[in-house]
Write a protein that binds this ligand. Structure first.
Ligand code: ASP
Length: 359
């Protein structure tokens, strides 16, 4: 009888263990989310050709699917953010990596940052001119240096010592960006990224000139790229990469490489990447402010994004937007401009890609 009871108890415990392990496995494989942007601005359908729109949608789709595959395979949010941004850095469509805008001296000078929401580790680089993928160097600063932010030649020296790919500065040059610089030089203005091949439309010249944009170009946009991810382990990460502003001088640095302004990630709140007029985003400390409103004030992700992007930035006159994901997998793509290249994917679902305001 005793032996029978023992057998029943052992059998019962076995079943319980199996149930606990199955539950633990389910918990391990939490739903993952990836959200991206390729810049915000006055992106109007009437100024877009079908070819150009398709080119953007195809590249955003490729970027999302690249990160999705990594997350599906159990990769980290940091891995997914870097690989996703690499796709956009390698495309001349965006103002990051190849196709970055030119500074006043006719050089491409790039900035990037990344943050891991698991432990608040972060890395950033500013003013690099030979690093093929600046986001890779930002990651290297985060994981293999004692610092958070490196700049200029020192950052490139560090890149070399860590085996991060360096290229001839000519790699980044594109004719479209060169033409934009010539326009900016002629007018002695600093432009936010835009597509110089458009010549229709009647923008409000004074207003746009005040904001540092090409007054004759209707397709004004900020072409910075960014990504934020929630992985199956429940960790968040975000990253941003940019060429900054056309005709920028004096080694100007915007918000993109500044942790708390252009990028932030904290498992307690959200992971976020910004795009817009950096001078305003720096002063509004956009990325950290959104996370802080969630953590300290208990706002939802959307409420926090609306407060900073639609209220605070609008009051200051700062144009742009953010993409973010919170620890529960909620996504926001909030912007106060006419459009933002953006998209997200949840789990094995199909990527959702949007460009214009009304979509
Ligand atoms: N935020 C970037 C900067 O000011 C520009 C952009 O988002 O395109 O450098």
């Amino acid at each position: 009888m005793k032996a029978f009871l023992r057998a029943v108890i052992v059998w019962g415990m076995g079943i319980m263990m199996t149930l606990v392990l199955a539950q633990a496995h389910d918990d391990d494989k939490k739903p993952y989310v990836l959200v991206i942007h390729g810049g915000a601005g006055t992106i109007l359908k009437k100024n877009m050709t079908a070819e150009k729109e398709l080119a953007y949608r195809t590249k955003l789709d490729e970027a999302l699917r690249t990160g999705q595959a990594i997350l599906e395979g159990g990769g980290t949010a940091v891995d997914a953010v870097v690989a996703t941004i690499n796709v956009m850095e390698n495309s001349p469509l965006f103002n990051a990596g190849k196709g970055a805008v030119f500074n006043h001296r006719g050089e491409n000078e790039m900035d990037a940052s990344i943050m891991d929401g698991r432990d608040l580790n972060a890395g950033a680089v500013a003013g690099v001119r030979r690093v093929k993928n600046p986001i890779n160097l930002a990651r290297e600063v985060m994981t293999n240096s004692k610092h958070v932010m490196l700049s200029g030649e020192g950052a490139e020296e560090f890149a070399d010592s860590r085996g991060v790919e360096l290229v001839d500065p000519a790699y980044f040059r594109t004719k479209k960006r060169w033409n934009q610089l010539q326009k900016a030089l002629e007018r002695d203005q600093v432009f936010l990224d835009h597509d110089g091949d458009q010549d229709s439309g009647k923008p409000d010249t004074d207003k746009i000139a005040d904001r540092g944009r090409d007054p004759e170009d209707p397709d004004q946009k900020f072409g910075t790229v960014g990504a934020a991810a929630l992985d199956i382990h429940g960790n968040l990460a975000a990253g941003t990469s940019t060429g900054g502003m056309t005709n920028k001088r004096w080694n100007r640095i915007g918000d993109s490489p500044v942790i708390g302004a252009g990028t932030y990630a904290d498992n307690n709140s959200c992971a976020l990447s910004a795009t817009g007029h950096g001078e305003y985003f720096l002063r509004a400390v956009v990325a950290h402010s959104v996370c802080a409103l969630m953590e300290y004030k208990g706002l939802t992700l959307q409420q926090a994004a609306d407060e900073i992007v639609m209220n605070k930035l609008v009051r200051m006159g700062g144009e742009g937007g953010i993409i973010a994901v919170d620890r529960a997998g909620n996504v926001t793509m909030t912007f106060n401009t006419e459009g933002m290249y953006r998209g997200y994917v949840k789990g094995q679902g199909e990527p959702v890609i949007q460009i214009y305001k009304e979509e």
